[in-house]
Ligand binder design. Sequence first.
Ligand SMILES: Nc1ncnc2c1ncn2[C@@H]1O[C@H](COP(=O)(O)OP(=O)(O)OP(=O)(O)O)[C@@H](O)[C@H]1O
Length: 262
Amino acid sequence: MTDPLVRLENVSVRFDGRPAVQHVNLSVHRGDIFTIIGPNGAGKTTLIKALVGLQAVTEGTVERAPGLVIGYVPQQLQIEPTLPLHVGRFMALSGQPEAECRRALERTGIGHLMASEIHHLSGGERQRLLLARALVRRPDLLVLDEPAQGVDINGQAALYNLIRELRDELNCGVIMISHDLHLVMAATDKVICLNQHVCCSGFPADISHDPAFIDTFGHSVAESLAVYHHHHNHSHDLHGDVVSRKAAEPAAHGAHCNHDHH
Ligand SMILES: Nc1ncnc2c1ncn2[C@@H]1O[C@H](COP(=O)(O)OP(=O)(O)OP(=O)(O)O)[C@@H](O)[C@H]1O
């Protein structure tokens, strides 16, 4: 296997002595799509900030491939509400040529909004704008913190499909956080269940049966996901229409920790 784009070894982050992330080992390679799930406050954002270098680690190491270009989509677009800013100008702040900016906007389905005021965009359009900004530098690694928040359910499925297509086009790695377990189970390659430490990780079809997963999310969630996963064999396009999905059902490949979970 080729060298990872990023490798975390025994990474822990503490705030004022309080652990947010504990002893995480993780490698992301080109072509991977990992989704981190876990309850509120589980350390998901802290972990991906450590991965991209925005958060210092208290313990362990984070190794990034030399010259690695990361496209980071933060949880929210932070823009001063009184500052007028249109989409084209926002993209130009990336320092990339206008043609590249336009192409990235078109690729995320909002090319027609080039002249729109950012404050007037819908939740879904904002998420696509953030994705376009992350794409414009043609990243080796896309890191997305809840990319589908504020997006309706059909839009979420379309966004996940788009992320998968971008992975193929750019041959990049993808690591993201999601709270929508149904969508994660239907559309992700590999899931990492985090509750400070990695409780369990593996392919969606397997992870919902993992005792560590059931410990974290409860039986009813696990059962509903198992059923959902069984029946959901399609995806939706940008308009919400059903499209076929590659029926690649990964082979069993789960890994989980062997200690009690609180
Ligand atoms: N800069 C910081 N200073 C102090 N505590 C912090 C800081 N950033 C995060 N924390 C704490 O670390 C813990 C993990 O936070 P984090 O945002 O990583 O969780 P999360 O899993 O992304 O949560 P959510 O699902 O609610 O977004 C929380 O208890 C949070 O209060």
